[in-house]
Design a protein around this ligand. Structure first.
Ligand code: BV8
Length: 241
């Protein structure tokens, strides 16, 4: 007799800066967010880096140093996602727009940083990517080719192609459930993922308030991620039996 196996749904989770807010990291577009204090054009584009590398390095050095503050730690939402990944029998991929290290520190492993990571640096000369915790400057030498002047944060700036888009596309192609957590849905291509899966996957948005793509979601759960994420994941595990 053919074994009837109930395929557990395959899940893609997309996170944004809102999931790290309760860990003490500023978001981008909230009233007290990063873009209220500094302009994208001055710190988060290749043109900004070419024009004033010292200013861009200072911007990312400050954010990288903040990750070493003991007060900045994974919160209940990060921890719940890491636990869920280990318990879920179906497919699972966590795609984050965040460049902080909180998902990895919480224990997430099936994790893709589509906008890069503050904890890595890349050489503009040879392309080498290295783990990086210290400050970067225009005189920092590449640990691989030895040349100075080309090291930059391994972060995706506006106008640059996000990372791992093939892996993300494949996961979206096969997913049954898409959950967006703490993202304003204003930055593409991430903001377009919900439209990509609509109609063939259940889509759920977890946010404090509706994001720009809210109408595209089947379901919206409002509240702080530290409460809504553990609750949703526990319900999914309960329903899976
Ligand atoms: C590209 C750098 C092409 C790293 C970032 C189509 C239409 C329109 C525009 C475009 C388009 N296609 C491309 C573009 C241009 C551009 C773009 O989207 N512009 C928009 C803004 C108009 N996109 C790009 O340039 C992308 N590149 O498309 O390349 C290409 C093709 C071929 C070859 C080459 C290139 C690159 C995008 C990545 C840019 N880099 N950051 C860094 O410094 O961190 S984007 C920046 O925004 C961050 O990475 C951040 O992750 C991202 C998204 O922001 P959110 O995470 O959503 O954060 P935000 O503050 O906005 O919202 C927070 C949310 O949390 C809020 O909703 C809030 O309510 C909620 N919240 C707060 N507290 C809580 C909470 N929720 C729950 N609980 C809480 N406690």
């Amino acid at each position: 007799m053919e074994a009837v196996t109930r395929r557990h749904p395959s899940i893609v989770v997309l996170t944004g800066a809102g999931i790290s807010r309760e860990s003490g990291l500023a978001t981008f577009r909230d009233p007290d967010g990063i873009w209220a204090r500094v302009r994208v054009e001055d710190v988060a584009t290749p043109g900004a880096f070419a024009r004033d590398p010292a200013r861009v390095h200072a911007f990312y050095n400050a954010r990288r140093a903040q990750l070493r503050d003991p007060a900045v730690a994974p919160n209940a939402a990060h921890l719940a996602l890491a636990r869920f990944e280990r318990a879920w029998p179906g497919g699972f991929l966590l795609v984050t727009q965040n460049v902080d290290d909180l998902h990895a520190r919480a224990g997430s492993r099936r994790l893709v940083h589509m906008h890069g990571e503050l904890g890595k640096a890349r050489c503009g000369h040879c392309g080498h990517v290295a783990p990086w915790q210290e400050d970067l400057s225009a005189t920092t030498a590449c640990p691989s080719c030895g040349r100075a002047g080309g090291m930059r944060p391994h972060v995706v700036w506006f106008g640059e192609m996000p990372l791992a888009m093939d892996e993300i596309g494949a996961a979206l192609e096969g997913c049954d459930l898409f959950v967006a957590i703490g993202t304003s849905g204003q930055v593409h291509p991430a903001a377009g993922f919900v439209a990509e899966v609509a109609g063939r996957a259940r889509t759920v948005e977890l946010n404090l308030e509706p994001g720009a793509m809210s109408r595209a979601f089947d379901e919206r759960i409002e509240g702080p991620a530290s409460e809504t994420v553990p609750a949703l994941l526990e319900a999914l595990l309960r329903d899976a039996g």
